[in-house]
Design a protein around this ligand. Structure first.
Ligand SMILES: *[C@@H]1O[C@H](CO)[C@@H](O)[C@H](O)[C@H]1NC(C)=O
Length: 228
């Protein structure tokens, strides 16, 4: 009698997959100027002032005297860069040109976006070449590129680079993490039956506090081991 009861009892290995979205991605999935939280640097700073950070001060003021624009020395291929500190899907970049004088100095500037710091990040893929920009104008460039660094460079010329604001609109690249659980059930129920499995999964899901972050599903057919 007891041996026949044992035969009806099944051990089932069930494989549960859990997909965890980055919490940061959930909380910040909106287009914001992520440059404001970055760290800026440039090829040189004119008279030791006109810091690279003046282009990410959240202020589009375009008169050089207002201490809100960057200014390099007359460098060969002068450049400016913001390190966004994490990888972003960048939809567009808005650049504000100097307004009080010398607007033509920005002619031929390029925006580059990527993850490399080779050649100070200036070798990253190019979004756009800026032929020219009116004095004090803010122009919106569509990039749809991914990266941690955004550079502005005026290549192959000895020139001053001045930027009164660089806004970078993007969202953090989502981070996916997967975890797998192996659960052993001792059950008289037939877990090879999909309806039964859905029932068990429903019970597990009902205990899940953050269903938007944790997605749970079976990742494998149950493996049945019948005890004899
Ligand atoms: C920049 O352009 C994009 C698409 O071309 C648009 O969705 C976005 O709203 C613009 N940004 C601003 C601040 O005007």
């Amino acid at each position: 009698m007891s041996s026949s009861k044992m035969e009806n009892s099944q051990w089932s290995n069930l494989y549960l997959g859990i997909c965890i979205f980055s919490l940061q991605w959930i909380l910040t999935y909106q287009q914001v100027n992520v440059a404001l939280r970055g760290i800026a640097t440039q090829s040189s700073s004119f008279s030791g002032y006109y810091y690279a950070s003046f282009a990410i001060d959240g202020n589009r003021a375009s008169d050089l005297r207002l201490s809100s624009c960057t200014h390099t020395n007359a460098d060969n291929s002068p450049w400016w860069r913001v390190n966004l500190l994490a990888m972003y899907d960048i939809s567009n970049v808005i650049i504000t040109n100097r307004g009080d004088a010398c607007a033509e100095r920005l002619n031929g500037a390029e925006i580059h976006i990527g993850n490399s710091l080779i050649n100070n990040g200036n070798n990253n893929p190019r979004c756009v070449v800026i032929p020219s920009m009116p004095a004090g104008a803010s122009v919106n460039y569509t990039c749809n590129m991914r990266g941690r660094y955004v550079n502005v460079i005026i290549p192959n010329v000895i020139q001053y680079l001045t930027l009164c604001e660089v806004e970078v609109y993007g969202v953090p690249v989502p981070v996916f993490k997967k975890a797998f659980l192996r659960i052993m059930f001792n059950s008289n129920e037939d877990l090879s039956n999909p309806t039964m499995r859905e029932k068990v999964l429903g019970k597990i899901k009902s205990t899940n506090v953050q269903p938007s972050i944790f997605q749970i599903q079976w990742t494998k057919e149950p493996e049945l081991e019948t005890e004899t």
